[in-house]
Design a protein around this ligand. Structure first.
Ligand SMILES: NC(=O)c1ccc[n+]([C@@H]2O[C@H](COP(=O)([O-])OP(=O)(O)OC[C@H]3O[C@@H](n4cnc5c(N)ncnc54)[C@H](O)[C@@H]3O)[C@@H](O)[C@H]2O)c1
Ligand SMILES: [Zn+2]
Ligand SMILES: [Zn+2]
Length: 379
């Protein structure tokens, strides 16, 4: 089959790779009809992780089941399924509590596994024609009858919408509260979309890409362009000097100033300043324990100069980490099926797999209009 593999910094290729097989009786094989490029893929693409050459990337996958192992009895051949990016067992101590992002079975020696990702186990990704899905009965979200025509909506359930939702959950956002979101990429836009669905009174989104801020505005958020105004001043202006009730970090350690210089503590410290005393933060942008090409000395070991004094002084709280997609995907799926939500609003490009290397380039450069790329490997 064809698959997209990492071949070194800023180089991915679509090549012939061996077809995956049913390896355990609990596996399923899925023909991938829709798969996204994610901001998380860019950390690998830019050579900022330990990912090995030849790894098939892709962790936001949707498709049709073409084979199941003997021990799979819920999921059937022919089902349309969306796969959480987390690969989880369903029976370990963490999975039992719903924390599938920290599964103790699927990535021995670590906590949490994913398709096609550095340090997340030996699993191939779905930017390919076929995908092996371990523990299929647990991991597959079987989709409603309109799955095929609404693939661009349902595929957002694999990662990016649940992750945006998770940011608001970690931040403890409640109806009627205000929230500031740093980052208007797909994750930040979905944190904004989730906040609006949850009934936030004011949703402020900080970025400097006009096209992305326009999407935030279109869904009802207040765009804050930090290349034009200080985002902390802007948040204070919109909240009568109090600060936002809640804050979401949706950028990660490669956050930078509007001129492009990486400043790994920029968003975290701005959040501490933007959120009101006793407020709380949800951090889903990725921060890593080691960075092979750090912007500063601290970040080499995953550290940032965090304004802990002010964080403590304001009595803030914080939650962080990968999203346990299964905690939310069934509910968010219902919002799509019932016509209440249409997360495909941010899809900018739908392309065949062989166009993916070029799409990585554009998405990595945050070129105007390249908000979210959907690939169709086996349409
Ligand atoms: N926790 C999880 O489970 C999870 C899941 C998916 C993605 N992520 C992570 O979320 C982050 C965002 O993903 P994405 O797909 O939206 O990526 P993206 O790179 O497309 O978007 C990030 C946005 O942040 C903006 N930005 C950069 N520096 C900024 C700053 N200082 N202030 C304000 N905005 C700034 C950029 O202009 C860009 O629009 C990444 O780190 C990704 O790895 C985490
Ligand atoms: Zn992703
Ligand atoms: Zn588990």
């Amino acid at each position: 089959m064809k698959g997209l593999v990492y071949n070194g910094p800023r180089e991915v290729r679509v090549i012939d790779v061996p077809d995956p097989k049913i390896e355990k009786e609990t596996d399923a094989l899925v023909r991938v009809t829709t798969t996204n490029i994610c901001g998380s893929d860019l950390h690998m693409y830019e050579g900022r992780t330990s990912v090995e050459k030849g790894k098939i990337l892709g962790h936001e996958n949707l498709g049709r089941v073409i084979a199941v192992g003997k021990a799979v009895d819920r999921v059937k051949v022919g089902d349309w399924v969306c796969l959480p990016f987390n690969i989880a067992c369903g029976f370990c101590k963490n999975c039992e509590r719903g924390l599938t992002s920290a599964c103790l079975t699927t990535n021995p020696g670590g906590a949490g596994a994913a398709y096609g990702y550095a340090e997340m186990g030996p699993y191939s990704g779905g930017q390919a024609e076929l995908l092996r899905v371990p523990y299929a009965d647990f991991n597959c979200l079987v989709l409603p009858p309109d799955a095929e025509e609404k693939q661009n909506d349902y595929v957002m359930l694999a990662d990016i919408w649940p992750t945006g939702w998770h940011a608001t959950e970690l931040a403890g956002l409640k109806s009627g509260e205000s929230v500031v979101i740093y980052g208007s990429g797909p994750v930040g836009l979905f944190a904004a979309y989730s906040s609006i669905i949850k009934g936030a009174s004011k949703v402020m989104v900080v970025d400097r890409h006009k096209d992305r801020l326009k999407l935030a505005e279109d869904i009802g958020a207040i765009p804050i362009d930090d290349s034009r105004e200080d985002p902390i001043d802007a948040v204070m202006k919109y909240t009568k000097g109090e600060g936002a009730d809640r804050g979401c970090e949706c950028v990660g350690w490669q956050c930078h100033d509007p001129a492009g210089h990486e400043v790994p503590n920029d968003t975290m410290n701005k959040l501490v300043k933007s959120v009101r005393p006793t407020g709380s933060l949800g951090v889903v942008g990725v921060f890593v324990p080691k960075d092979p090409k750090p912007a500063d000395e601290l970040m080499q070991h995953g550290e940032i100069a965090f304004d802990f004094g002010l964080f403590f002084h304001k009595g803030l709280r914080m939650g962080s980490g990968q999203c346990p997609v299964k905690a939310y995907n069934r509910l968010l799926c219902s919002l799509i099926a019932e016509g209440i939500a249409q997360p495909s609003f941010l899809v900018s490009h739908v392309l065949p797999l062989d166009k993916a290397p070029d799409a990585y380039k554009h998405f990595d450069s945050r070129d105007d209009g390249w908000t979210k790329v959907v690939l169709r490997p086996a349409a």
